[in-house]
Design a protein around this ligand. Structure first.
Ligand SMILES: Nc1ncnc2c1ncn2[C@@H]1O[C@H](COP(=O)(O)OP(=O)(O)OP(=O)(O)O)[C@@H](O)[C@H]1O
Ligand SMILES: [Mg+2]
Length: 287
């Protein structure tokens, strides 16, 4: 059974007004459980609109969304409950922190789920550990902390609800390289430790190549492609036509190949490029 499935999903902003936009156009998508799934697409292609349907934050104009085979919009109750099963963290989630302490902010979701104070405390501590927030910070105001820390606290607030699926909308947007690296490492660790399904929207093809197991390409409100990192990035001309690109390192190794270096195709990460270039150089240099 699919974990998440959409059937002929259509969504309009400003429906019935002169400003109507068809943001999702008959989306049929099937996602199985597990792994890190990356949603990529040009600005305005419909990525955020799509993921907000997965936890019933947006309701389809037509079509259906299923979680483990059940229509999530079947009743008010099912649409409410799905928010705890599919945890969604918006872009720039730090702007939604509002409690006066870090602890209360992370505890907001589990408390709302009806957990006891003891269960809430356990959930907060576990989630804080996933994102590398020390308990010494629990009584501090989140507003005194750095941008990267605030973002990790906001993500911990979603993790604390122990959702089956964690969805992050551009989790590294606007962070410096070290903040970005920390978030990416945190996502991979969380995935490994919990075995949950993680989905992230990203504009960075390099990040996608590095951590994703599956890639979903959205273009003009439709699913243009879906497949492994290797499958998707082997379609460089189609991606370019959609305003996307292949990872930077793939562009560099393509240029080296065109200049006469016999490097293999299918290089998407810096590590793969380093291995291939070393192998090429050691083959050329007499020992
Ligand atoms: N609240 C809104 N009101 C009206 N139109 C909207 C609204 N939110 C999004 N849109 C429009 O819907 C379409 C899809 O937007 P969406 O935000 O889902 O794209 P996206 O792929 O997430 O873009 P980005 O990469 O910039 O975050 C775009 O044309 C966008 O302008
Ligand atoms: Mg978006």
């Amino acid at each position: 059974m699919n974990l998440i499935e959409t059937k002929a999903l259509v969504y309009y902003y400003g429906a019935g007004t002169p400003f109507e936009i068809r943001a999702l156009d008959c989306v049929d998508l099937s996602l199985c459980r597990g792994g890190i799934k990356a949603v990529i697409g040009h600005t305005g292609s419909g990525k955020s609109t799509l993921i907000q349907h997965f936890n019933a934050l947006l309701k389809p104009a037509s079509g259906k969304v299923f979680f483990q085979g059940k229509n999530i919009n079947e009743s008010k109750e099912s649409a409410y409950r799905i928010r705890f099963k599919i945890g969604l963290c918006f872009q720039y989630p730090e702007y939604q922190l509002f409690e006066d302490t870090v602890y209360r902010d992370i505890a907001f979701g589990p408390k709302n789920m009806g957990l006891s104070p003891e269960e809430t405390e356990r959930a907060v501590k576990k989630a804080a550990a996933y994102v590398g927030i020390e308990p010494e910070l629990f009584e501090r105001s989140p507003f005194e902390l750095s941008g990267g820390q605030k973002r990790r606290i906001a993500i911990a607030g979603v993790m604390a609800m122990d959702p089956d699926v964690l969805i992050l909308d551009e989790p590294t947007a606007g962070l410096d390289p070290s903040g970005r690296e920390m978030i990416l490492r945190m996502i991979c660790d969380y995935r490994k430790k919990t075995d949950k399904t993680v989905m992230l929207v990203s504009h960075s093809m390099d990040d996608v190549a590095r951590i994703a197991d599956e890639v979903i390409v959205v273009d003009h409100g439709k699913i243009a492609m879906q497949g492994s990192v290797e499958e998707i990035f082997s379609h460089s001309s189609e991606l370019t036509a959609m305003g996307l690109s292949v990872p930077e390192v793939t562009g560099i190794t393509d240029k080296l190949r065109n200049a006469g270096c016999s490097l293999p195709t299918g290089i998407y990460t810096v590590e793969q490029a380093a291995d291939a270039i070393c192998a090429y150089l050691s083959g050329r240099c007499p020992k």
